[in-house]
Design a protein. Structure first.
Length: 292
């Protein structure tokens, strides 16, 4: 039976689920899972990584993400030195600029769930120079987290965001990108992030990823916990909330400018997500502004 580690049981802070460890691994490590994500950077040595019952070798320079609920462990450990970052993506990886990087979508969302289907060929491997740069940022995060001086959470978030951006670039520019299915899907998701106000269809997204609509729908829904079209609708609704802050803009215009050509459909979707009408939302914003 696989042991599951819980964030609360190992002392991770509620609201700021984060811990970083730089340490050796000198023996096999039992298969386990957890209710948080882990970003692992192998600094030196080698081992066999066991993930969801499959095995593959890991060596210096390899970077991989272990999502919540995924079982993994290590065997045949040979003087491994690694950095392990435990965190919740929804707390630390929500910056809009990150989501515009195809490499970020691929590395942090697609590849971890597509790993076995790609026979582990889509994993990130850093060269010596890249590993040095990644280690420099990891050390800065480690110092901030250990000292816990005033503003340490801000500095951890800043350095970790920089690390995620840098690794996303490395992944995006890695060799063999033409054959990297995770990166192709990541490029399709990035297109949604940049063009969600324009007409977007499931077919067009699948074409960008070089997949059938059925396959793209399956992979997207598994990785993002929602369908592609619901993802687009959520982006449009969030954008409409920004427009609703302008009291001079009619709701009908807000709907149109947010990508909805039917105001009634817009209102239904808005109520479904926010439990109020666009007009009620605007009134709440207005009242909170007056009170402030």
């Amino acid at each position: 039976m696989t042991t599951k580690l819980l964030a609360r049981d190992i002392g991770l802070e509620p609201g700021f689920t984060f811990r970083i460890q730089k340490c050796p691994l000198t023996h096999d490590y039992y298969v386990h899972s957890h209710d948080f994500s882990e970003l692992v950077v192998i600094l030196s040595g080698s081992a066999v990584h066991i993930i969801e019952g499959r095995e593959y070798p890991v060596t210096a320079g390899q970077v991989f993400l272990i999502q919540s609920g995924v079982s993994h462990g290590y065997k045949n450990v040979e003087d491994i030195q690694y950095v392990n970052v435990m965190f919740q993506p929804e707390e630390l990886l929500q910056q809009s600029e990150l989501r515009l990087l195809p490499g970020f979508q691929a590395l942090f969302y697609i590849e971890p769930f597509y790993r076995q289907e790609m026979y582990f060929r889509g994993m990130l491997s850093l060269d010596a120079g890249q590993l040095l740069e990644a280690t420099r940022l990891l050390d800065l995060i480690l110092v901030e987290h250990e000292r816990r001086e005033d503003g340490y959470r801000l500095m951890v978030r800043t350095y970790f965001t920089a690390l995620a951006g840098m690794l996303s670039r490395y992944y995006q520019n890695s060799s063999g990108r033409e054959d990297n299915k995770a990166l192709r899907i990541g490029e399709a998701v990035t297109y949604i992030e940049e063009h969600f106000l324009q007409p977007v269809t499931l077919q067009s997204m699948a074409d960008m990823a070089y997949m059938s609509t059925r396959q793209f729908l399956r992979v997207f829904t598994r990785n993002y916990k929602t369908t592609p079209m619901d993802y687009v609708i959520r982006k449009r609704l969030d954008y409409s909330c920004t427009l609703l802050r302008n009291p001079d803009l009619p709701v009908s215009r807000v709907a149109m400018d947010s990508g909805f050509h039917d105001q009634n459909y817009y209102a239904r979707q808005f109520r479904k997500l926010y439990n109020c009408t666009p007009t009620e939302y605007r009134e709440r914003i207005s009242r909170s502004g007056e009170q402030g």
